[in-house]
Write a protein that binds this ligand. Sequence first.
Ligand code: GDP
Length: 464
Amino acid sequence: YSLEHELQQRKVDRDITEFWFYMNTKLERLKTNGNHEVAGDILKRAQDYQRTLRNDMQALYDTDEMDKWREKEGKELGELVQKRLHYIQNPKDCSKAKKIVCNLSKGCGYGCQLHHVTYCLITAYALERTLVLESKGWRYAAAGWESVFLPLSNNCIDRQGQGARHWSDPRNLVNEMAIEMPIIDSLHPRPDFLPLAVPEDLAPRLTKLHGNPSVWWIGQIVKYLTRPQPHLQKDIESVNQRLKFSGPIVGVHVRRTDKVGTEAAFHGIDEYMKHVEEYFDLLETRQTVEKRKIFLASDDPSVATEARQKYPHYEIINDPDITQSAGLNKRYTDESLRGIILDIHFLSLCDYLVCTFSSQVCRVAYEMMQTMYGDASPRFKSLDDIFYFGGQNAHNEEVVERHVAQSNMEIDLEPGDLIGIAGNHWDGFSKGLNRRTGKTGLYPSYKTKDHVTTSKMPLYHQVR
Ligand code: GDP
């Protein structure tokens, strides 16, 4: 099948989703403010329609015999990237290898720090250098990164006494042995290889394979960084057995404590469970589900108690000890590090994720999930943000259908316009800046498609 076929199939899928977001929001509003009975009836029937459409789409995917190809292609591309990372991280002679130096002193949580190292490894890949991570005294584990994850290199884990120059125009740094990176937010000048860009040479294959190439690419970087030490691997396996972790299962991440009111809004458990219910309602039209199951991760222990009370027909899997060590006052300990690694691991193994993408915890889980399927990009529902990488370069969408603003809240669109997207309101509309007209406002989400940004990175011909 052609690239066009894959893109068109994904477009129809997305159109169904956006159409349903629109109808659902409008009908819910009408049910509350207008004719409760009529709107409720239409809502119920429309929901059935929507399920059928989704099943029709799924049947198309199932019969196009591309599933095997997707799986194989995803695996092959993943292996290629892992080999390239292995290559830059294990130079023949460490003393002669050019390096990128990063440390973990960024004062933030695990997901945020992991993303900091992710950006460092992307920089190393883009400049064909070896990443040296200085992590002793890490706030989560004083012994450093290697207390839980494999060292980033077998033979090159320190800067060999080389002084490092701070990041500046990369053209002036070509001959420097070591370059030290600041946090992404204070990076200047900003190179074009930062997320959401993907390597140009991989882009054609990735665009055919995946609905969100940038998250796939970030997922591969995270995968390399978080290869577990044998003791962590054993721990993961034994927790897996103890929790009797198995699918079908939806991962729910509820971020509370210090995040609420500062960086994100409060969302009640019902808001998450509404989407879990929708997931299982759809699944049950295709197969029998003996018991509806969720894996619940949170930094607030009361969430699990409330979920068990309100949803007794669900099997709710979580590890209460982990949640106890996740709250703000116990956060920066080895125990809490183990907890967040395990929680993210199990979230990433779920069939579907319901969470807030404002949290780096859920974004990491979503990134890791991509390494396990051909294309897992549609397997999520975020209650707030669309996927993003903190400190990313501009995220653009491309207009595919003309739009004339219907109110002063909306903006005009012409095919080919680039829109800097600020967010999807999950009601059929997104908000963004039309770069041609300079106007910011709402537009129907289905009239745009994602614009994949590429960056020329080394081709790594040495790696087969
Ligand atoms: P963000 O603040 O949610 O964007 O994510 P960060 O990872 O940067 O910081 C939040 C930190 O809170 C995590 O790294 C954990 O230490 C803790 N935390 C938040 N949610 C959970 C959870 O579901 N499980 C566990 N074990 N810890 C959590």
